[in-house]
Design a protein around this ligand. Structure first.
Ligand code: F6P
Length: 376
């Protein structure tokens, strides 16, 4: 039981695109707040719309028995619902009043960088006690190694690539797989490496069709590999192109666009097929790492409330949960891939074409001295 006599009332909401692990975070917040502090927990349905309409769902173990809460650990999506569009700022004052009318002592939002920017503005204007927990399959929230949902999405895409590469090999086809990630390539790069992609197209490193064709030709001529797996991030950029825009009904997505370009690649006719994974990447049961991340960040959010520390985002850095001032996160989000990162270097080493990257600087291992750990 906390020291203060008044029983706190903590609000929790999910905002932005959903992902696996949201419910696991809700469960962690409810369990710690209820069992360790005997506080009340109110779920706010559909993010700011719930505050606007003064809606709340009692979530404390007093209202739902532990068995009911436990089911949240393995459920995809969010029991609170979410919104991923619209601009609530014009009705910010009514939203602010909703927080106060519901009698909240604090509000935890599980959200991505887009919602965080909006909610932070409203929270400052309304004097809320506000905390955020990062979630997104894009993993583009800055200053946290991982956001909830990313690891499960990487595994979902990798599973899809495992299935697609076998049919590619069976028919000697070029299979183009379009993945989400909004303006960054974290998901495409991680899953592309895990799934053994031959080509990974990223927003951060523009590609050229010449580069792709040369790579596919080399696979055929030098390695007698007549099939290939091409992973395309939805935000991938073509060299000297202002940014992909669906240019015709025949290729309404960048995956179709790239497939059409590849089909004209080689002297020999290439059979090319496209799979756009879409919202499959957002679904499914959270895998262990996302459940652990959700539990750690949800748990720490409750402890920060007990210590009256607000205006912070929980983050996962070097294997532990920390709290970072939200303005610092917003200043660096959305976080792009570093074109010279060790993972890009790893993809190169695997013989993957990852765009027309300038040659990476050699690694000077002497910089590592005697240590076995070296920032590559
Ligand atoms: O931010 C998560 C995400 O899945 C992006 O990768 C994707 O571009 C976007 O959301 C899709 O948004 P919606 O669910 O509104 O179509």
């Amino acid at each position: 039981m906390s020291g203060s006599s008044k029983r706190k009332r903590v609000g929790v909401m999910t905002s932005g695109g959903d992902c696996p692990g949201l419910n696991a975070a809700i469960r962690a917040i409810v369990n710690h707040a209820s069992l360790s502090y005997d506080w009340e927990v109110l779920g706010i349905p559909h993010a700011t719309e719930g505050l606007l309409n003064r809606q709340s769902i009692p979530l404390g173990v007093h209202a739902m028995n532990l068995r009911g809460i436990d089911l949240l650990l393995t459920m995809g999506g969010t029991i609170l619902g979410s919104v991923n569009s619209g601009d609530p700022l014009p009705v910010a004052d009514q939203i602010i009043e909703g927080y106060h009318d519901l009698g909240l002592d604090a509000l935890i939002a599980i959200c991505g960088d887009g919602s965080l920017a909006i909610l932070h503005q409203i929270a400052k204007r309304g004097g809320w006690n506000f905390l955020a927990i990062p979630k997104t399959i894009d993993n583009d929230v800055a200053l946290t190694d991982r956001s909830i949902g990313f690891d499960t999405a990487v595994n979902t895409v990798t599973d899809a690539l495992n299935r697609i590469i076998s049919t590619a090999a069976s028919h000697n086809r070029i299979m183009v797989v379009e993945v989400m990630g909004r303006t960054t390539g974290h998901l495409a790069l991680h899953a592309g490496i895990a799934g053994g992609a031959d080509v990974i197209l990223l927003p951060e490193i523009p590609y050229s069709i010449t580069g792709i064709c040369r790579h596919i030709d080399e696979l055929r001529e030098r390695w007698n590999r007549k099939f290939a797996l091409v992973v395309v991030a939805e935000g991938a950029q073509e060299v000297n192109s202002p940014g992909f825009v669906a240019t015709s009904p025949s290729h309404p997505s960048i995956g179709q666009y790239v497939a059409e370009q590849i089909s004209h690649c080689s002297q020999v006719p290439l059979e090319v097929r496209v799979s756009v994974l879409g919202h499959v990447q957002r679904g499914g049961m959270p895998l262990a790492l996302d459940r652990i991340l959700a539990a750690a960040l949800g748990n720490m959010a409750v402890d920060l409330i007990a210590q009256s520390k607000f205006d912070r985002m929980l983050a996962w850095q070097a294997g532990k949960a920390i709290a970072i001032p939200i303005p610092e996160v917003l200043a660096l989000s959305p976080r792009p891939l570093e074109p010279t990162s060790f993972l890009i270097r790893t993809a190169h080493g695997l013989g993957t074409y990852v765009g027309d990257n300038p040659p990476l600087p050699d690694i000077d291992l002497s910089l590592c001295g005697e240590s076995l750990v070296c920032e590559l």
